[in-house]
Design a protein around this ligand. Sequence first.
Ligand code: THU
Length: 128
Amino acid sequence: MNDPLLDAALGARQHAFAPYSKFQVGAAIEDSSGHIHTGCNVENATYGLTVCAERVAVFKAISEGVRQFRRVAVAADTDVLTPPCGACRQILWEFCGDVEIVLVNPRGKIETYQMRDLFPKPFDASYL
Ligand code: THU
């Protein structure tokens, strides 16, 4: 794919635990030292306890002490590329801020967005 971040998101998608929706998602986040942290969606029989790929990737990185991020990639097998859900946008804003979000599918279609465009007028720590 010519970009390790996109390859990582597509690779993480293969680990998705999505027996209920069958909708497999992978995410990859590049930190400020260039390391890549991955996640996949992890579903649950209760449905409501499902965690999206993006949040798994963010929480894995945060739990390892990483705090600065540069870019996020999200991979799903849709022709209209899959964007992060609302809950993930809130979490991505909190930890990654106005980073580049790259959407990709297994056929190599790519779109790039800025987080501020996907998540205008965010609630964040500046209000507290
Ligand atoms: N999902 C993600 O992991 N990330 C997204 O950006 C959209 C949705 C997951 C949650 C659930 O396991 C499945 O996709 C269907 O909603």
